[in-house]
Every structure is written in C-alpha cells, then in structure tokens.
Design a protein around this ligand. Structure first.
Ligand code: ZN
Length: 57
C-alpha cells in the first residue's frame, strides 16, 4: 500500500485528505488528477456533491 503523506504529495496528485490530520496514518488520496482540478475524478464528485438536498417548494 502506498501512503501519500504531505512529503510525498506532488503536483498532479489528488490532495483529498484521508483520515484525521491528527492521526499518524493521515495521508492524501494521491490518484492522478486533471491539471486544472485539485482532486481526482472520484473526489471531485464528492467535493461537488451538495451537502443538503435542494428544496422543491
Ligand atoms: Zn482522490
């Protein structure tokens, strides 16, 4: 298993945080991402997902 820590995180890698920053096994996703996006496709979807459902009134 490849753990992407802050030290290993490079540009071009998904910087989605995994785990609790206070834990020593905290790391980043590290999947390849689009140059214009901060996260990989999976995590872009998560980031874009609405936190609440739109009300239809
Ligand atoms: Zn990711």
């Amino acid at each position: 298993m490849n753990i992407i820590t802050m030290m290993k995180l490079e540009s071009g890698m998904c910087r989605w945080p995994i785990g609790n920053p206070e834990d020593k096994d905290f790391h980043f996703c590290g999947e390849p991402r689009e140059p214009s996006l901060p996260y990989c496709e999976t995590h872009m979807r998560k980031a874009r997902a609405p936190t609440r459902k739109p009300k239809d009134s």
